[in-house]
Design a protein around this ligand. Structure first.
Ligand SMILES: NC(=O)c1ccc[n+]([C@@H]2O[C@H](COP(=O)([O-])OP(=O)(O)OC[C@H]3O[C@@H](n4cnc5c(N)ncnc54)[C@H](O)[C@@H]3O)[C@@H](O)[C@H]2O)c1
Length: 374
């Protein structure tokens, strides 16, 4: 059986690792990107993505990979995966212009039997209500009968040495069960485990649930650090102890912003404000890209004795890695340095703490006047 064609639209942090995995699995892979620079770099064997080495790009090129900015070079495709950005719009909502443009491109390149999979993070309903009509209009074919359409959220965790594209379970949710079948067959060849969602909407919701969970919990633990500094408590030690509970608790650690590298920079939270959804209250409070705790996090807690597990016992090592990650993703620094860029942190007055906490802190300061804020 001849190798199937796979077109990856958007060759960034999500698209490039996927292209590599597909090439390794025997697919004939084409990558389409609007950036001449990225295409030229990949064609010359240079990776612009930290988790992908030049050697892996060279291996993919040797397997027949073609990077291009010209869709005419791509030709008809068996599988088209859309991995384009979904940044914030000026109105703080999801900007789906790249998804729309990619869907129109995909519509021109698909044929009967093609699977189109959307991986860009977005709000529930996008696959069916935004992407589907564009594909159908451009192709003249019907999704669910003539071609297959699914959503498969990306779960990439840049810098994670344990979980990569291959061994992170992949959720797939199709417009119809047959669409889910097609997505399961494709991803089953490039991932170890495929998880079927009831439909594309549940797959979209699963991604939002994961990101909201992470966002809320990092926001929570960042707030906890502010309390702990005021109360002279070593939060890392408290987390270490709490994490011994075998059920009902998962450790999160204070970090820059409120959601790893992705949430402050990208629209995971604002996309909840898509046409159908409302933000849960704690999420609204934490806010997209809310950097408030960072001003406090710049100063390490006075009595911190326990190392963050990812710091590997080397104080500063994790911080350096975080700085690097931040620089790579062009976002303000938080825990290790002064905030920069448009979302620079503003110090939060303790007057904004809940009233009972303020009262306790006032009493404590009265009893220990020497313990001022450093
Ligand atoms: N980076 C992550 O860790 C991560 C994790 C999970 C989900 N996501 C989501 O995946 C999506 C892609 O993220 P990313 O980090 O890969 O973005 P990225 O900016 O690294 O890469 C996107 C690429 O798409 C290209 N592009 C933009 N418009 C295009 C178009 N119309 N046609 C072809 N190419 C186009 C850009 O030039 C860029 O190279 C986003 O929705 C993001 O929220 C990212």
């Amino acid at each position: 059986m001849p190798a199937q064609n796979v077109l990856v639209i958007g060759l960034g942090y999500v698209g490039l690792p996927l292209a590599i995995q597909a090439a390794r699995s025997g697919f004939r892979v084409t990558g389409l990107d609007t950036s001449e620079k990225i295409v030229a770099g990949l064609t010359a064997g240079r990776s612009h993505v930290d988790d992908v080495t030049d050697a892996e790009v060279a291996e993919m090129l040797a397997a027949g990979f073609l990077a291009t900015t010209d869709e005419a070079e791509a030709g008809p495709q068996d599988v088209i995966v859309i991995c384009v950005p979904t940044p914030l719009s000026d109105a703080d909502g999801p900007d789906l212009s790249a998804v729309r443009a990619a869907a129109q491109t995909a519509g021109r390149l698909l044929r009967a039997g093609t699977l189109v999979s959307l991986e860009s993070t977005t709000y529930p309903g996008t696959t069916e209500e935004v992407v589907r009509p564009l594909l159908e209009k451009a192709s003249g074919l019907n999704a669910g009968t003539d071609f297959w359409l699914a959503f498969s959220p990306e779960r990439i965790d840049p810098g994670n040495p344990v979980y990569g594209f291959r061994n992170t379970p992949k959720i797939v949710g199709g417009l119809t069960p047959a669409c889910t079948d097609a997505a399961e067959v494709f991803y089953g060849q490039i991932c170890d485990q495929v998880v079927r969602a009831k439909s594309a909407r549940e797959a979209e919701m699963a991604k939002l649930l994961e990101n909201t969970y992470r966002h809320v919990n990092i926001a929570l633990v960042n707030e906890m650090l502010i309390f702990c500094r005021e109360l002279d408590v070593d939060l890392w030690d408290a987390i270490r102890c709490a994490a011994t509970k075998p059920f009902g608790f998962q450790p999160f650690y204070p970090g820059p912003g409120v959601g790893g590298h992705c949430i402050p920079h990208r629209p995971e939270l604002p996309v909840l404000q898509g046409p159908h959804a409302r933000l849960p209250i704690p999420v609204r409070r934490a806010g997209p890209g809310d950097q408030r705790p960072d001003a406090r996090l710049r100063h390490r807690p006075r009595r911190r004795t326990t190392q963050h597990p990812r710091q590997g016992g080397q104080r500063g090592e994790g911080a350096a890695a975080r700085r690097d990650l931040q620089a790579r993703h062009r976002r303000p620094a938080g825990i290790t340095g002064p905030a920069a860029g448009p979302q620079a942190a503003r110090p939060r007055r303790s007057g904004q703490l809940p009233r009972p906490v303020r009262a306790r802190l006032a009493g404590r300061r009265a009893r220990h006047p020497a313990r001022g804020e450093s």
